[in-house]
Structures are given as structure tokens and as C-alpha cells.
Unconditional design. Structure first.
Length: 375
């Protein structure tokens, strides 16, 4: 009998072997049994929960904790923070809050570590480090640096026998998948991605890393005229700055140099330099009263043509409208945590992206259930 990997307690597999048939009746009975066993062989039967650990307990980390409560096949086993653990109060009872520096002591105890830091200064080093000890999922979203990030994480995960799914969320993530599908379907055309209007966690975090900034919210705003042009199928050539504007609300520390902060924001590469950026300094009370929510969204559009003379305009559009950006991103991370665990059970190690993950690995449902409900 084939044995499952030692760490694959979640899944039970059933081998199918039969001797040669001797009669028609026996053949029919054995064929019937074979079909039933084949269904069981590919069906994953839960025997224990996927053990999730969270690194970072900000808005995204809190969203992951809430999302675990919606996934019966998962459980939270630990939260890691760079703050004083005793200052962190989590919702889940009987789960320890630990120092980030103690994370490696939990190697082998967590099935997947979900890293919830910011891309600018946290994930860029945290993920390659964590991938040496855990299967990981992250939301690294600095698009220009993803190829380098993938290579770095891949080396760490592959050499240590772990699975790391990088740059998971809605962009990069769900929007990335939409772009690939639409390009395959409409090979002759152009891609357009519009974000917002809404709060960008990554950009807000990048501003907060600037010396003298106490807190910040960054709103990404699509340029209306550009959106209309794309939806009309004009196939215009648009730069990043022609598609979006950026509006930053910043709470400065007392006696901070406001001119320097504004200059650093507007000249930050990969985040603001290419865009029309407005910086407004406001009070902490104003930020908490008027900018405490985290809405976001956007849409991916593929504008193409088909037919003998390419005269038929075709538009594919995938959109999201989110009341809570971190809440949604957290649930995407959890779906891919399930896939990371399953791939690790198959010894499929190294870095992966959303392009490598078939939908069936994201779902807690069996293949039969997926076909019946969604196909």
C-alpha cells in the first residue's frame, strides 16, 4: 500500500489493485468497486486541521485571524510580532503571541506561516528567512521587484524543503490570473489595469516608513477619461501616470519637516514618482474619523479584436469592489495557504506564484464536489 508523506496527515489515499477477472458478473462488480475506490483515491479526507501561524498583527494579520474562523479545515496556532507580545490582544483564545525573534523555534509546528508585513521593508527580507523554516504565503506587491523576489525565495525554500507561494492577494494575485486568462483568449489586444478608488495598504505602509511620519493613508484614484477610453475599445497607449492619481493623507510627528516628507513621498520610485501625487497633512483625529476604513477595488480590462478581418471588438473585464482591502486580501492568502500545504505534502518545494496553482488546490471541496457545484 502506498504511504502518504509523514507530514500529510490531512489526506488519506486509497490504492486500487485487482486480480484478473474470471466472470462477467465478477467483472461488473469489480468495475463498480473500482469506480468507487477511484473516487475515494482522489478524494482528500480531512483528519486534522492545517496549522496556520501569522507573522505580523496589523490590519492584514487581524484579517487573516478572522478568515481562519471561516475555514473549518484551518486553525491558528501562533502569532508573531516585533512589538511586545504582552501588548497584543488577539481574538482567538488559548493561542500564544510570540516574539518575532522566536519564530524559528516553531519550525515543524506550523504547517504554513502567513507573513503579513509590508513589502517595502519587511517582506523583502522576512520571506526568504522564513522560507528556510516554514511553508510560507505572502502578499509582496512591489511589481517591479517580483522577479528578483521570486528567485531569492525560491532558493531559500527549495534548499530547505519548503513551499512558498509569493505575491498573493488581488494585485498581484487575482488580477494577475485575470490578465493571463484574457491574454490567452484575446491574443490580439491590449491590457489595462485600474486600481481604486481606494486605500492601498502597500503605499500607505511605504509612507509610514518615512522618518517623521506618524501615520498615513494613500488613496489610488483612476483617471475617469482614461477608463472611458479603454471601455470604448479605443486601445489607447496609456502611461501609469495617465491611468491613476495618488492622494496621500499624512499625519506628521511633532516638529517634523513637512517639506522633506512631501518630497520623499513624491520622489519614491515604484510607488509615487511616476504619478500625479497630492500630499495633504492632517491631524490624527481627522485620520481616525475620516480615513479609518480600508475600501479598495479596481478592474482589469483586456481590449481585443477577433474575426477574419479583426473587426469585432471584444472586451473582457474582471472587477472587485471591496469594503475591506485587508479583509479580502487575508482570505486570498488563506486559500493559497491551503494550496501551499498540499504542495508541500507532495514534496513540490520552492517558490510558486498564483500561475502555478490550479483552482482545485485552493478549495476545501473534493473534485466531485467542485464539478457538481461550479462546472
Amino acid at each position: 500500500m502506498n504511504s502518504a508523506p509523514a507530514n500529510a496527515g490531512k489526506y488519506v489515499r486509497f490504492p486500487v489493485t485487482f486480480e484478473a477477472d474470471t466472470t462477467q458478473k465478477e467483472t461488473e462488480e469489480k468495475n463498480k468497486s473500482t469506480r468507487k475506490l477511484e473516487e475515494l483515491k482522489t478524494k482528500m479526507i480531512a483528519t486534522e486541521k492545517i496549522r496556520i501561524a501569522i507573522a505580523g498583527y496589523g490590519n492584514l494579520g487581524k484579517g487573516v485571524e478572522a478568515g481562519i474562523m471561516q475555514n473549518p479545515d484551518m486553525e491558528l496556532i501562533a502569532v508573531f510580532t516585533r512589538r511586545a507580545p504582552e501588548s497584543i490582544k488577539i481574538r482567538t483564545q488559548c493561542v500564544p503571541v510570540c516574539r518575532y525573534s522566536d519564530m524559528t523555534e516553531w519550525a515543524g509546528k506550523a504547517d504554513v506561516m502567513i507573513l503579513c508585513g509590508g513589502s517595502a521593508t519587511d517582506l523583502i527580507w522576512q520571506v526568504p528567512h522564513a522560507a528556510q523554516f516554514f511553508n510560507t504565503v505572502d502578499s509582496f506587491d512591489t511589481h517591479a521587484k517580483i522577479p528578483w523576489f521570486y528567485s531569492t525565495v525560491n532558493e531559500a525554500a527549495r534548499s530547505s524543503g519548503h513551499t512558498s507561494i509569493i505575491s498573493v492577494g488581488w494585485d498581484p494575485g487575482m488580477f494577475s490570473i485575470a490578465r493571463v486568462y484574457s491574454n490567452c483568449i484575446l491574443p490580439s489586444g491590449k491590457d489595462y489595469t485600474f486600481w481604486g478608488p481606494g486605500v492601498s495598504q502597500g503605499h500607505s505602509d511605504a509612507i509610514r516608513r518615512i522618518s517623521g511620519v506618524a501615520d498615513a493613508r494613500q488613496y489610488t484614484i483612476p483617471v475617469d477619461d482614461s477608463v472611458k477610453s479603454v471601455r470604448n475599445g479605443d486601445n489607447s497607449e496609456l502611461t501609469a501616470g495617465q491611468k491613476h492619481k495618488r492622494l496621500c493623507y499624512v499625519v506628521a510627528e511633532e516638529n517634523a519637516d513637512l517639506s522633506r516628507i512631501e518630497k520623499e513621498i513624491k520622489e519614491m520610485p515604484d510607488y509615487f514618482k511616476e504619478y500625479e501625487t497630492t500630499v495633504k497633512f492632517i491631524s490624527k483625529d481627522d485620520l481616525e474619523k475620516n480615513h479609518s476604513e480600508m475600501p479598495h477595488g479596481g478592474f482589469v480590462i483586456r481590449s481585443g479584436v477577433t474575426g477574419k478581418d479583426e473587426k469585432h471588438k471584444q472586451i473582457i473585464e474582471y472587477s472587485l469592489k471591496l469594503e475591506s482591502n485587508p479583509g479580502f486580501t487575508a482570505n486570498v492568502l488563506l486559500a493559497y495557504a491551503r494550496a501551499a500545504y498540499r504542495l508541500s505534502c507532495r514534496s513540490e518545494y520552492g517558490a510558486k506564484t498564483v500561475f502555478d496553482i490550479p483552482p482545485a488546490l485552493l478549495s476545501p471541496l473534493t473534485e466531485t464536489e467542485l464539478i457538481k457545484r461550479f462546472l
